[in-house]
Design a binder for this molecule. Structure first.
Ligand SMILES: [Zn+2]
Length: 405
């Protein structure tokens, strides 16, 4: 098996004979082959057969079809396999693109990526307002503008990264403080504006998707990914796949209560959420409350930063002890990437493991920018090409948006 989040460890499902089951198996096998090329590129056909367990004849049939469709290309590299020279296969770079859109309260930033995950176009579109209608229209304009230069490529889908609590499967934004949204069925709304499947996810899950698809180091692992920015977020990754929880509620640590009677009101309606202490929004609110709204955060190193970092480091370690990941990523957005905060968060997190008899997970601190979220949103869509529909039934019209051959 390739070191990857897919294919299914159980292999293709044992489908009962029914109409369309041959087409389904063919589709699964195509995804399996593409996934092996993704993980091992460039790769010989013989290795694809060995890795997937498909017969060499089946692999040749599938790869021929994928080559005709431009999803695979033959490289110029020639290596001997079993005494005979063989041309290696790589992912095609021109046939399909996926769009990823990062929504903020001021603009829709879109990146187009090709099948290899490489960024091939971008566009930024200002928002007239954060009203879902206005945002939807801006997203559609942004995607069309980015796609204009890639007319020959098929758009396989549009991923949307939203700051907040997102029900990925239900296609709805449950709560977004930055957009001021509650229960917005944004996927259905966008699907009516775009001629491609749409998927919505939270910023932090998009950061996780961005890490997972083309980074063999993390494939199949248990991870926790935290994002620290205007809002806070957490992504729970189980064996290389994002765990979403009931109604997409997994990873909702931003709104776990950490205060002890200080009663800071949160934009979600509750009091003393971690968000009110440790997000950029929360620190800014506290500065306003103290009558210093103009104070910047960049050079700050005082009780506000210490309290933010203390609560964040402890909450992250608590979540980590519950789940037991082998790797923890903390992604700071530009506005929160302050040395006083990042070093203190790291120290507090590590301190929580000093007296623990389980080893601490690897801790990785990283910086994100809008392109991180947009690229991750595009990867959410792109992942469908390498995965059977049984795992990713969340894009509105499935992964068959592109019909090979
Ligand atoms: Zn809250």
């Amino acid at each position: 098996m390739p070191s990857s989040s897919s294919p299914d460890p159980e292999g293709p499902p044992a489908t009962k004979p029914r109409a369309g089951s041959k087409a389904l198996i063919r589709e699964i096998n195509e995804a399996l082959v593409l996934d092996v090329v993704r993980a091992q590129r460039p790769v010989a056909r013989a290795n694809i057969a060995t890795t997937t367990g498909l017969s060499p004849a089946t692999v040749t049939g599938i790869t021929s079809k994928l080559l005709r469709a431009g999803l695979l290309i033959e490289t110029d590299v020639v290596r001997g396999t079993g005494g005979r020279p063989a041309r290696l296969l790589d992912l095609g770079s021109d046939a399909v693109v996926a769009a990823g859109v990062r929504l903020s309260d001021s603009d829709a930033f879109v990146l187009l990526v090709n099948l290899r995950g490489e960024v091939v176009a971008s566009h930024q579109e200002p928002l007239a307002s954060t009203d879902p209608d206005d945002v939807g229209k801006a997203v559609a304009r942004a995607v069309r503008a980015a796609k204009a230069g890639r007319a020959s490529a098929t758009l396989i889908g549009v991923g949307i990264a939203v700051s907040g609590v997102v029900d990925h499967a239900g296609g709805a934004v449950r709560h977004s403080g930055s957009l001021g949204w509650d229960d917005v069925p944004f996927q259905a709304q966008l699907t009516s504006l775009l001629e491609a499947p749409v998927a919505i996810d939270s910023y932090v899950n998009c950061v996780a998707s961005g890490l997972l698809l083309f980074d063999g180091r993390l494939a199949g692992r248990d991870l926790l990914v935290f994002s620290v920015g205007t809002s806070l977020g957490a992504s729970v990754v189980v064996q290389g796949r994002i765990h979403r929880g009931f109604n997409g509620a997994a990873g909702g640590f931003a709104h776990s209560r950490v205060g002890a009677g200080a009663e800071r009101p949160c934009h979600c309606g509750a009091l003393d959420c971690l968000e009110t202490w440790s997000s950029h929004w929360g620190i800014q609110r506290e500065l306003e409350r103290r009558g210093r709204p103009g104070d910047g955060l960049a050079e700050r190193d005082d009780d506000l930063v210490t309290e933010a970092a203390d609560r964040l480091g402890i909450a992250m370690a608590n979540a980590s002890k519950m789940f037991g990941p082998e790797h923890v990523v903390v992604a700071f957005t530009q506005e929160m990437n302050m040395p006083a905060l990042t070093t203190h968060v790291e120290k507090v997190f590590r301190r929580q493991y000093e007296h623990d008899n389980t080893p601490a997970p690897d801790l990785e601190l990283t910086a994100t920018d809008p392109s991180t979220h947009a690229r991750g949103a595009a990867y959410t869509v792109l992942a469908q090409m390498f995965t059977t529909a049984t795992h990713h039934a969340h894009v509105t019209s499935g992964r068959n948006a592109f019909t090979a051959g």
